[in-house]
Design a protein around this ligand. Structure first.
Ligand code: PLI
Length: 463
């Protein structure tokens, strides 16, 4: 009875707009031409031909006035920049890791870490693959094995922590290969390829206990750790009143090392780092970074980039920020759910993942349903999204056949602090219109396939 009397109270973003970037509106004819030129791959579109850009949340965030002011404080000394020490101090305080090596972005950290820890023939268990992460593991001679819970591969399963590790799968791998063949377990927070799904603290603690028993490290892909912390605060018993900042630190404390793409959570347009607790590994990493990225106090970044990242990290663990960030994703997702559009549920932290299998059931996976859907959505409204299905999944390195992932998704990724609620309404209406016309779509054929990370540059033609 009490509930009925309560009036709806809206929330709004904890910022106001100081500067705007104008976007270009296009006609359907212009988009048709642009799409053909791009080989039906949204990665190959020119951004000026895009109206609302939901390709990725990577490097697309709006920086705050403080971050922009930080750029002016860039200390561009080749060695020992003040901004490096500010970044190091921030990472120690906010995340708790002991040593850091800056890198130009996340994959730079993955490259160095894989080279240090992986020997040919090693097995790397992880809670679902990520494209660049798995490639660096393979280039170092390792083989990635998925140990995420089965629920994560089912777009409709409502498990609150679809990023969790199946401990039986992990134990079975240890029994089969022996702990010596497993240099570390790769744990991602807010698992990207599962739809931005969180791992619980309880599950992470269990993974910690098991790996400790065998002396196996945990490496944390902490690219979206604050978003994971939001779901823990919302869903995990005992965390409702724990600030995001404390949850983030607790997650990190259960792991030994981390790779970070600062382009997501940390609210910068470029930057990343490798964080380590072992002095020995740090010494190796700080030597190797000189070969591939730059000196260990800049790692491929300008001083100003490190300053913006240090400030962004502090802003990223603010409760109001993260509630608004994920709240906007949930706002869009709820509209689509109400309209009956099939998507991955529960709604994840950084985007809406349309379920192309159920959206376009007439298409076999070899006709690239998610790629087709992303192309149609662009054509309809100039909204740019991304395939996360068979194209992203690449080929089996032994058989050469496609990998056939269970999830065939289109990701509508929401940049942080960039778009308004009205933009979300436009996106929802366009997806709904495409959904109404779903029976018309015939699929695509791949006419060019690059060797590495094919989704970035592959080209297609309509079937
Ligand atoms: O794009 P990088 O090199 O800064 O980061 C690579 C990377 C590592 N881990 C995870 C979970 C990612 O999501 C990630 C990059 N993601 C991109 C580019 C994305 O669009 O999701």
């Amino acid at each position: 009875m009490e509930r009925k009397k309560m009036r709806k109270r809206s929330w709004a973003e904890p910022y106001k707009i100081k500067m705007v970037e104008l976007v270009h509106m296009t006609t359907r004819e212009e988009r048709q031409k642009a799409l053909e030129k791009a080989g039906y791959n949204t990665f190959l579109l020119r951004s000026r031909d895009v109206y609302i850009d939901l390709l990725t949340d990577s490097g697309t965030s709006a920086m705050s006035d403080r971050q922009w002011a930080g750029l002016m404080m860039g200390d561009e000394a080749y060695a020992g920049s003040e901004n490096f020490y500010h970044l190091e101090d921030t990472i120690r305080k906010i995340y708790g890791y002991k040593y850091i090596v800056p890198t130009h972005q996340g994959r730079g950290a993955e490259h160095i870490l894989s080279k240090i820890l992986i020997k040919p023939g090693d097995i790397i268990p992880g809670n679902m693959y990520f494209t660049t992460t798995r490639l660096h593991q393979e280039l170092a001679g390792g083989t990635f094995v998925d140990i995420i819970i089965d629920e994560a591969h089912d777009a409709q399963n409502l498990h609150p922590f679809k990023g969790n590790v199946d401990l039986n799968k992990l134990q079975a791998l240890i029994d089969k290969y022996g702990a010596k063949k497993i240099p570390y377990v790769a744990i991602a927070t807010a698992v990207n390829m599962a739809g931005g799904q969180p791992i619980s603290i309880e599950n992470l603690r269990q993974v910690r206990e098991l790996t400790k028993k065998y002396g196996i490290m945990i490496v944390h892909d902490m690219t979206r750790v604050a978003e994971n912390a939001y779901f823990i605060q919302r869903r995990e018993k005992g965390y409702q009143n724990t600030p995001i900042r404390d949850i983030v630190k607790e997650i990190c404390s259960l792991t030994d090392a981390a790779t970070m793409s600062g382009k997501k959570d940390a609210l910068v347009n470029i930057g990343g780092f490798l964080a380590l607790n072992s002095r020995k590994h740090y010494t190796e990493a700080s030597n190797l970074v000189v070969v591939y990225e730059g000196l260990h106090t800049y790692g491929g970044l300008a001083g100003r980039d490190m300053e913006a990242m240090a400030i962004g990290i502090r802003e990223s663990v603010d409760d109001d920020h993260i509630h608004a960030r994920v709240g906007q994703v949930e706002y869009l997702g709820q509209q689509l759910i109400d309209h009956g559009v099939p998507l991955v549920q529960p709604i994840g932290g950084h985007g809406i993942f349309l379920d192309a299998r159920r959206f376009l059931p007439q298409l076999p996976q070899t006709a690239f349903p998610a790629q087709t859907l992303a192309a149609e959505l662009y054509l309809d409204s100039g909204v740019r999204s991304m395939e996360r299905g068979i194209v992203s999944s690449g080929r089996n390195k032994e058989t050469g056949d496609h990998n056939y992932p269970k999830l065939e998704l289109v990701r509508l990724t929401i940049p942080r602090r960039v778009y308004t609620q009205a933009h979300m309404d436009v996106v929802a209406e366009s997806v709904e219109d495409v959904f109404a016309r779903r029976k018309e779509f015939k699929g695509l054929d791949m006419v060019y396939e690059p060797k590495y990370l094919r989704f970035f540059q592959a080209r297609f033609k309509p079937l």
